[in-house]
Ligand binder design. Structure first.
Ligand code: LLP
Length: 432
C-alpha cells in the first residue's frame, strides 16, 4: 500500500525508508539492486524553490534555469524538468540527442564545453540552439567556418575565466581559477570578443562563466561577476550592440553531510544586484542543486567480513555504480532501508577488484547484515551518469517515483549489452 506523501523525497515511515509514497524495499523487490531511485516531487520542489527565489529577486529581468544535463541525463528526469519549463545546458552531441528525445526544443538549449568538435558544432547549429558558449579562439574560428559552410550565423556567448578563488570541497570541481583549462583567459577575453564581433558567421550575443561546483557562498560569484561586468561595459564602449545574455553557470551546493547548502535567496538577491541595469537576460545552469537530493542508490548487503581489526560491509553496488566517494573522497550518507537499532563502525565496499572501491570509510552506521538494503543518499547528481562497466558489471537500473507510483526509467543492463559493440571475430583491413 502506498503512503500519503508528507515530505517530497526520502523519509522514514514506521521504520521503513520511503521515496515519496513508495517504500524502497518494494522497489528492490520488483526491480532488484543496485538501482538508482529518483523522487519526481523532490526535483519539482528544488526547481520551484530556485525559480521562485529568482522570480522575486528579479521581477523585471528575464531569466531562465537551464538544467546542466551532465548531472543526470536520464530521459524521465529530463522530461520532469522540461514539464516545469526548464531549459538545458549540454556539453556534447550525446546530451543534445537526449534533450531532443526528452522533448526540449533547440531554443531551450545552451551548448557549453571545452572541446566541442566540428561535427558537434554543426549538430548544434542544425538544432538551432539558443547559443553556444565558446571557450577558445580556436573554437570561435572553427564555429565561424562551420556556420559559413551551413550559410548561417551562429549565436555565440564567450565563456570567460574570471580567475577568482573558489572554495569547493575538491580541486577537481573548481573551474574558474587562473590557469584552469576552462574558458578564455581573462586577459584575452576582450581580444577574442572583438574577434567574435568581427567574424561574419558568428554573432556575439553574450558572456558566460562557470566557476565551479558545490559552492555554498555568494562571495565567489560576486567576485567573478565583478570581473565580467567591466568586460560588458568595454564591449559596449567598443561599439558592440548585440549582447543579450549573461550566463552565470551552475555550482549551487547541496547538503551531503552537515555542510551548508546554497542559500538560494541570497544567491538570487546577489544576482539581482549584480545584473540590475545591465540590460541583459540571465541564464543559470544548476545541475547538482536540482537533482542531487532527489536520488538514492539502493544497494543490498552481500557479506559482512572482519579483517585486520576492521569491519567491512560488502554491497552489491561498487565504484563503477557510484564513483564519487572513490574519485573525489566525497561523503554520501548511508541509511538502512529497514531500521536497525545497533550501530557499527565499518568500511562500506563494493565488489570491484580495487582497494579504492568504497562507498564509505570508517563510517558509524547501522549494523546491517547480509540481505539488508542500504540507501546511499544524495546520489541523484553525478551518480548514474558517471557509472561505468568496469569489471564487466552491467550498469544499474533507474527508477522514478511520483507520488505513490513508480516506474522503471532505465532497464538494468544485460550481459549481452556488455559486448553488443564488440567483435570476437575480426574483419581485418589492409593498411596498404
Ligand atoms: N555549467 C557548466 C559549464 C559546468 O561545467 C557544470 C558542471 C555545471 C554547469 C553544473 O554544475 P553544478 O550546478 O552541478 O555544480 N562530477 C563532479 C561535478 C563536476 C561538475 C562539472 N561541471 C561531482 O560529482 O561532484
Amino acid at each position: 500500500m502506498g503512503q500519503s506523501v508528507l515530505v517530497p523525497g526520502f523519509a522514514r515511515v514506521g521504520g521503513r525508508l520511503y521515496a515519496d509514497g513508495v517504500s524502497l524495499s518494494r522497489i528492490a523487490r520488483d526491480i532488484g539492486t543496485p538501482t538508482y531511485v529518483y523522487s519526481a516531487a523532490r526535483i519539482r520542489e528544488q526547481y520551484r524553490r530556485l525559480e521562485s527565489a529568482l522570480m522575486s529577486a528579479l521581477p523585471d529581468v528575464a531569466h531562465r534555469i537551464h538544467f546542466s544535463v551532465k548531472a543526470n541525463s536520464n530521459l524521465a528526469v529530463l522530461r520532469t524538468l522540461q514539464e516545469l519549463g526548464a531549459g538545458v545546458d549540454i556539453v556534447s552531441a550525446g546530451e543534445l540527442y537526449r534533450t531532443r528525445e526528452a522533448g526540449f526544443g533547440g531554443a531551450d538549449v545552451v551548448f557549453s564545453g571545452v572541446g566541442k568538435t566540428a561535427d558537434e558544432l554543426s549538430q548544434a547549429l542544425n538544432s538551432m540552439v539558443l547559443f553556444i558558449n565558446v571557450e577558445s579562439e580556436g573554437e570561435l574560428r572553427l564555429l565561424n567556418d562551420v556556420a559559413a559552410s551551413m550559410e548561417l550565423v551562429a549565436p555565440v556567448t564567450l565563456r570567460v575565466n574570471p580567475e577568482v578563488t573558489v572554495e569547493s570541497p575538491h580541486e577537481y570541481i573548481r573551474t574558474g581559477e587562473k590557469g584552469h583549462k576552462f574558458g578564455i583567459p581573462y586577459d584575452d577575453a576582450m581580444h577574442v570578443a572583438m574577434l567574435a564581433h568581427e567574424l561574419p558567421h558568428v554573432k556575439l550575443v553574450g558572456l558566460d562563466m562557470h566557476i565551479g561546483s558545490q559552492i555554498s557562498t555568494w562571495a565567489p560569484y560576486e567576485q567573478a561577476l565583478a570581473r565580467i561586468k567591466p568586460l560588458i561595459a568595454s564591449l559596449r564602449a567598443a561599439g558592440v550592440t548585440t549582447l543579450q545574455w549573461l550566463d552565470i553557470g551552475g555550482g549551487l551546493a547541496v547538503t551531503y553531510d552537515d555542510e551548508a547548502p546554497a542559500d538560494v535567496d541570497r544567491f538570487a538577491a546577489g544576482v539581482a544586484e549584480a545584473v540590475r541595469g545591465l540590460g541583459l537576460s540571465l541564464v543559470v545552469e544548476p545541475g547538482r542543486f536540482l537533482v542531487a537530493e532527489s536520488g538514492v542508490l539502493l544497494t543490498r548487503v552481500l557479506y559482512r567480513k572482519r579483517s585486520g581489526g576492521k569491519e567491512y560491509i560488502i554491497t552489491d553496488a561498487g565504484m563503477n555504480d557510484l564513483v564519487r566517494p572513490s574519485h573525489y573522497q566525497a561523503y554520501h550518507r548511508i541509511d538502512a532501508v529497514d531500521t536497525v537499532d545497533t550501530q557499527v563502525t565499518a568500511d562500506v565496499v563494493g565488489p570491484v577488484c580495487e582497494s579504492g572501491d568504497f562507498l564509505a570509510l570508517q563510517r558509524v552506521m547501522p549494523d546491517v547484515q547480509p540481505g539488508d538494503l542500504l540507501a546511499v543518499q544524495t546520489a541523484g547528481a553525478y551518480g548514474f551518469v558517471m557509472a561505468s562497466n568496469y569489471n564487466s558489471r552491467p550498469r544499474p537500473a533507474e527508477v522514478i517515483v511520483d507520488g505513490d507510483r513508480f516506474a522503471l526509467a532505465t532497464e538494468r543492463e544485460r550481459l549481452e549489452d556488455l559486448v553488443r559493440l564488440e567483435r570476437a571475430h575480426l574483419r581485418w583491413r589492409n593498411a596498404e
